[in-house]
Design a protein around this ligand. Structure first.
Ligand SMILES: *[C@@H]1O[C@H](CO)[C@@H](O)[C@H](O)[C@H]1NC(C)=O
Ligand SMILES: *[C@@H]1O[C@H](CO)[C@@H](O)[C@H](O)[C@H]1NC(C)=O
Ligand SMILES: *[C@@H]1O[C@H](CO)[C@@H](O)[C@H](O)[C@H]1NC(C)=O
Length: 211
């Protein structure tokens, strides 16, 4: 085989290989992934009559990631994602949701977003999932989660898919359950101010009636 032909074959092979790597989510997980939280990373078969092969999740028991969650005094929950060894591990993509223990739909919402993140509106809510905006290597991330307005007292599990690379990802790693999370009712007019308004309105009505 002539050298130039070998080169052409090699070049064609490189192009074929890169074309074969399909369906990554470099700019964040889409709403289609809300339920399974599975990255649609596929390797095409050379035989087109066979179905594309989907890469599978790594074993969760060996995941090099940490998910911690702590209730705050203001009723929200601080969620921290990290790696077990910063010298070796990182993620290039992630998808984070809070779910009521034993259920499959995300609840609550993510606010005051960390750099390099964006929310998704999964079915049933708004801003109820958090994902990356680019394939930057990340080793630590803190996010704040606001509970939903019901139920009154809930047990919540934070569920994350971490993507280290196209072929290497962990689907649905969960935090320890966080119990005693209270329904979050957004700040309204303080009771004292409300009483004053009601009282002065009543007084005005009384005064008006006198004339
Ligand atoms: C492709 O796969 C189909 C189904 O297994 C098989 O019948 C066919 O022989 C394969 N073709 C080639 C070129 O390997
Ligand atoms: C994951 O790893 C654990 C511990 O090594 C093993 O017991 C378990 O069978 C593995 N699970 C799968 C799905 O391979
Ligand atoms: C909330 O639920 C937990 C169990 O998940 C229970 O231990 C706790 O007493 C409950 N708190 C209230 C105020 O009902």
């Amino acid at each position: 085989m002539a050298f130039s032909l070998k080169l052409a074959v090699a070049a064609a092979l490189v192009v074929t290989l890169s074309v074969c790597m399909v369906e990554g989510y470099p700019s964040g997980a889409p709403v289609e992934a809300c339920s399974a939280m599975f990255p649609n990373h596929r390797m095409n078969h050379e035989n087109s009559s066979l179905p594309d092969e989907r890469y599978s999740s790594q074993n969760l028991s060996t995941a090099p990631y940490l998910i911690t969650a702590a209730r705050q005094d203001n009723g929200k929950v601080q969620v921290s994602l990290g790696v077990t060894d910063a010298a070796q591990y990182y993620w290039e993509g992630f998808f984070l949701q809070a779910r009521l223990q034993g259920t499959t739909a995300p609840v609550g919402r993510w606010e005051v977003l960390p750099t390099g993140t964006q929310t998704r509106d999964c079915p049933g809510g708004m801003k109820n999932a958090l994902t990356h905006t680019s394939e930057t290597k990340v080793r630590t991330l803190d996010a704040t989660w606001t509970p939903p307005a019901a139920p009154a007292n809930m047990t919540v599990v934070f569920r994350v898919t971490f993507v280290k690379g196209f072929e290497t990802f962990w689907v649905g790693l969960e935090s320890a359950p966080v119990t005693g999370v209270k329904a979050y009712v957004s700040a309204t007019v303080p009771l004292k101010a409300l009483t004053t308004v009601v009282f002065s309105t009543a007084l005005m009505a009384t005064v008006a009636a006198m004339f």
